[in-house]
Design a protein around this ligand. Structure first.
Ligand code: PGA
Length: 257
């Protein structure tokens, strides 16, 4: 199985979101082998996008998830609210949350715990910045992010966890990590999952994100170690996103995956 997720970030009003979601749904229609596709609109558009996707194979995701179920937490949206609006997935610890909104490792760990306790599948985002990549401490840095997020979770809930490796230097920059860099880090993430969770990490899906586009999607997706892609900028343009979906479909057909 391959995943193709579109993170729309803080873009698009309700009407535009619905139109884009319909376009995504249309591009899967009638196809036999398709990737698991989800779109992550702004919170304000979730409800209408859910309706627009109701008879499609496209899933809905949220860009963040609250720690508590309800109460005095101004600005937060809880896991039960996300279930209520039809979300199957939630991003947790996206680098923009970590760096632009100072979300700490502790907060991200709490969000992950809340998500794992709900029906929403977490997509835990990790990734080093350019400084760690340049001084060679990128693997150690990502291990630290994973340890703090995962060390206190209930392992029996963890089987559907998805990890997205998104190096900060590749997000929105047009600079994609090389396939070799991605495969190396994914292998490292998988062995880290194995040692932290003490479970067979073969089945976990690890996605790559960071300037994924129609030109590089195929070479990334055809790697068995790369379970899918988390697409930002290119997911806002229907033709670019359709081309990425097409690349995933080709890989699935060729590999019988
Ligand atoms: P990008 O964003 O594809 O625009 O680099 C990826 C992401 O932030 O998830």
């Amino acid at each position: 199985m391959k995943y193709v997720f579109g993170n729309w970030k803080m873009n698009l009003g309700i009407r535009e979101s619905v139109a884009l979601a319909r376009g995504v749904a249309r591009s899967l229609r009638g196809k036999e082998s398709v990737p698991e596709v989800a779109v992550f609109p702004a919170f304000t558009a979730l409800s209408e996008v859910h309706k627009a996707l109701s008879r499609s194979r496209v899933q809905l995701g949220a860009q963040n998830i609250g720690v508590e179920k309800s109460g005095a937490y101004t600005g937060e949206v809880s896991s039960s609210m996300l279930e209520d609006v039809g979300c199957s997935y939630a991003l947790i610890g996206h680098s923009e949350r970590r760096w632009k909104f100072a979300e700490s490792d502790e907060l991200i760990a709490d969000r992950l715990k809340a998500c794992l306790a709900s029906k929403v599948t977490p997509v835990l985002c990790v990734g080093e910045s350019v400084a760690e990549r340049e001084d060679g401490s990128h693997e150690e840095f990502v291990t630290g992010q994973m340890k703090s997020a995962l060390s206190d979770i209930d392992v029996s809930n963890a089987s559907d966890l998805i990890v997205a490796y998104e190096p900060v230097w590749a997000i929105g920059t047009g600079e994609t990590a090389t396939v070799a860099q991605v495969v190396e880090m994914h292998t490292h993430i998988r062995s880290t999952l194995q040692s932290i969770l003490e479970m067979n990490a073969e089945e976990f899906s690890i996605l790559y994100g960071g300037s994924v586009n129609p030109e590089n999607a195929y070479e990334l997706l055809r790697e068995r170690e790369i379970g899918g892609v988390l697409v930002g900028g290119a997911s806002l343009k229907i033709h670019a996103f359709q081309d990425i979906l097409e690349a995933a479909t080709e890989v699935i057909t060729a590999q019988g995956a």
